[in-house]
Design a protein around this ligand. Structure first.
Ligand code: FAD
Length: 477
């Protein structure tokens, strides 16, 4: 550390703004409230913040200079990427927002090492496209991929729909470059697959939600690009049948199984009702559905045969009631659209209370059933809409309000439903935040459920790296 920051309460805000302008140029410092408005809140509108300025540095050196200035002035810094986070992690409460928007270069591609060195502001979809150009795959995939940035993905340890096969963001990165709160630059931008030289500092910053520093670049892993995918929407009786099917598919197709997503009838109906162009591909309604995808570098016909065989066996074992297999790329995309539009399709149905939770995969069917029953017992007309990454044990346990209830009346029950759901998750050795993080939304819940020694260590780490508490204050801890 280069010493405690000079706390100068009488220091004029304009001095700091002027110094920031000197570093990044006047085009890249915003102070007008109208210009800043979009970055003072996130999409769900749960939090509205304030900031003295938004700064857009164009290089790691500029990020470092900005952080040095804020550190010296004792002013808080809030990192922002694409601002698609869902837990209030990027919403400021004063201080300076530093966006990584202009750090958008792909610095290097090494196809032999199967790595790409990217700056933090690269949009995820652009990284996927760059990988595709060299005939490789960067597998992280989220519905927000057109606007979220890799720095945000790293800082939230993002998950998505390909975790089952490739892991989450933490599994997809080899090296990081990070600007620390006092402006020092940690260069851990290695591209090594083996490196046992002490503590794993990189993993401290992944999932830290900007509370320990600003990630400016990363070395990410590339994978062989699949040449074939076989996609099916399968109808079943509910979570137990889905779990039996999942176990079957793991047994027969673990090497190719890339997606195993779960949707209940209510969710599918919402998509059919509200998402343009989406239709139910089956003749009759079923209690639940699984979107399954196998991918591989083998011939398409071989993969289709494997999926067909697994589903036929599941049908004979009475685990599934119906299945639609996509026979063209357009049909496969249409099946995916039923899953991808689910979050958006819930909005016209009124307020919903959301839980992004995980349990061991072997408990996921139990969890869905127990949590639904407990929530409906509390509010009989409630419309539970659990869906998501079943194969990762990660369910978005969303509750849509009763049809006739006012949004505000329903949302007043948020804390009660949190307690019901999170207690069940905790009892099943699960996590109250599977992939979206803690941000502001789950700070109190983290204190309630996290191991006390783990919390103490997290606080000690925070104090060591950010002794003045200037990096994204009020988030996580
Ligand atoms: P932001 O929202 O800008 O920031 C998120 C957090 O990271 C904040 O705390 C911020 O301070 C910090 N941060 C951002 N950049 C940096 C940086 N360079 N250095 C340090 N800290 C930084 N998430 C999933 O995991 N899986 C999903 O399937 C998924 N689906 C989604 C679908 C939709 C429609 C939407 C809107 C969101 C979804 N999300 C999902 C949540 C969100 O997209 C992810 O959390 C994403 O990784 C956030 O990236 P971002 O660039 O938008 O980060």
């Amino acid at each position: 550390m280069s010493g405690a920051p000079l706390r100068t309460p009488d220091r004029q805000q304009s001095d700091l703004i002027g110094e920031l302008v000197a570093v990044v140029g006047s085009d890249h410092v915003m102070t007008n409230p109208d210009d800043m408005a979009g970055r003072l809140k996130e999409d769900r509108g749960l939090f509205n913040g304030t900031a003295m300025a938004i700064v857009r540095p164009g290089s790691t050196a500029e990020v470092a200079a900005c952080l040095r200035l804020c550190f010296a002035a004792g002013v808080a810094v809030v990192p922002q990427g694409g601002n698609t986070g869902l837990v209030g992690g990027g919403v400021p409460d004063g201080g300076v927002i530093v966006t990584t928007q202009r750090l958008n270069r792909i610095r290097a591609v090494d196809t032999t090492n199967a790595t790409m060195t990217v700056e933090a502001g690269c949009i995820l979809a652009n990284i996927q496209a760059a990988a595709d150009e060299v005939d490789a795959l960067f597998p992280l995939s989220l519905a927000s991929e057109g606007s979220c940035q890799i720095g945000g993905n790293l800082s939230t340890n993002a998950g998505g729909t390909a975790v089952l096969r490739y892991g989450n963001m933490r599994d997809l990165v080899l090296g990081l470059e990070v600007v620390l709160p006092d402006g020092r630059v940690l260069n851990d931008l290695g591209s090594l697959r083996k490196n046992n030289t002490g503590y794993d500092l990189r993993n401290l910053f992944i999932g830290a939600e900007g509370t320990l520093g600003i990630i400016t670049a990363a070395v990410i892993k590339l994978f062989p690009k699949p040449t074939a995918r076989a996609t099916a929407l399968v109808a079943c009786d509910g979570p137990d049948a889905a779990l039996a099917l999942y176990a079957r598919m793991r047994g027969s197709d673990a090497d190719t199984l890339s997606t195993f997503e779960y949707i209940e009838r209510l969710g599918l109906q919402m998509v059919v009702d509200h998402a343009p162009g989406c239709t139910d591909p089956m003749n009759e309604a079923h209690p639940a559905y699984c979107l399954i995808e196998l991918t591989s570098g083998t011939a398409q016909a071989a993969l289709d045969t494997r999926l067909q065989a697994a589903l036929e066996a599941a049908f004979e074992a009475e685990e599934i009631a119906d299945a639609v297999i996509g026979t063209s790329e357009a049909q496969k995309d249409a099946l995916w659209a039923l899953r991808e539009n689910l979050s958006e399709a819930q909005k016209p149905e009124g307020a919903s209370i959301k839980h992004d939770v995980s349990v061991p995969v072997s408990r996921v069917a139990d969890f869905i059933q127990v949590a639904k029953a407990a929530c409906v017992e509390h509010m009989p007309d409630l419309r539970p809409c659990p869906f998501g990454h079943f194969g990762d044990g990660n369910i978005h346990f969303n509750l849509s309000r009763p049809v006739d209830m006012a949004d505000a009346v329903f949302l007043a029950e948020y804390a009660t439903f949190n307690r019901i759901v999170h207690d069940i998750v905790h009892d099943m050795s699960g996590s109250i935040s599977a992939e979206h993080g803690i941000g502001q939304v789950k700070r109190a819940e983290l204190r309630r459920y996290k191991d006390p020694v783990a919390l103490e260590l997290m606080e000690q780490i925070k104090r060591t790296i950010d002794p003045a508490g200037l990096m994204n204050p009020g988030k996580v801890l």
